[in-house]
Design a protein. Structure first.
Length: 140
C-alpha cells in the first residue's frame, strides 16, 4: 500500500490512484510486489535535516530512500523535496509533474536494487526511469 504524507510543505499529489497503479506495475515488471511504501513530500530544509540526521550528508537532494524490503516485497520511505524537484524541472526544462514522476520511480528503483554510483549504473537507472515513465503515460 502506498501512503502519502507532507512535512513542511502544503504540496498534495493529484492522481494518487493512477500513481498507485503505476508503481504496482513498475514493481510487477521487476518481479516484485508493493508492500508498505510511504512517500513523504517535504521542503528542502526538511530533507536536509533528514540527510544530516540519518545519513550524515550535509547537502540538499531531491530524494532520500530508506529501504525496508523483505525478499520480493518492496517497502520503504521515500522522502521527496518538492523544492528540489521544482528546481530540477526548471534546470532540465521539463514539467514539474514529469520530474516528480521520475524522482518517485527513481526511489522505487533503489528499493528494487538499482544504484547510481557509477557511470554504468547511472545509465541503467536513467534507462529504467525512461521506460517506466513511458509506462505511466500509457496508463493515463
Amino acid at each position: 500500500m502506498v501512503r502519502y504524507y507532507c512535512e513542511d510543505t502544503s504540496f498534495e499529489l493529484k492522481g494518487r490512484a493512477l500513481n498507485n497503479r503505476w508503481l504496482r506495475e513498475v514493481a510487477a515488471s521487476e518481479l516484485r510486489k508493493l508492500g508498505d511504501i510511504n512517500i513523504i513530500f517535504c521542503s528542502d530544509n526538511y530533507i536536509l535535516d533528514v540527510n544530516m540526521k540519518y545519513i550524515q550528508h550535509d547537502y540538499f537532494t531531491d530524494i532520500i530512500t530508506f529501504d525496508y524490503c523483505e525478499k520480493d516485497v518492496l517497502s520503504g520511505d521515500l522522502f521527496i523535496s518538492v523544492d528540489s524537484v521544482r528546481e530540477n524541472a526548471l534546470y532540465y526544462g521539463t514539467e514539474f509533474e514529469d520530474e516528480l514522476n521520475r524522482v518517485m520511480v527513481h526511489g522505487i528503483l533503489h528499493l528494487i536494487g538499482y544504484d547510481d554510483h557509477t557511470e554504468d549504473e547511472v545509465k541503467t537507472m536513467r534507462s529504467k526511469e525512461d521506460c517506466y515513465l513511458k509506462l505511466r503515460k500509457g496508463l493515463a
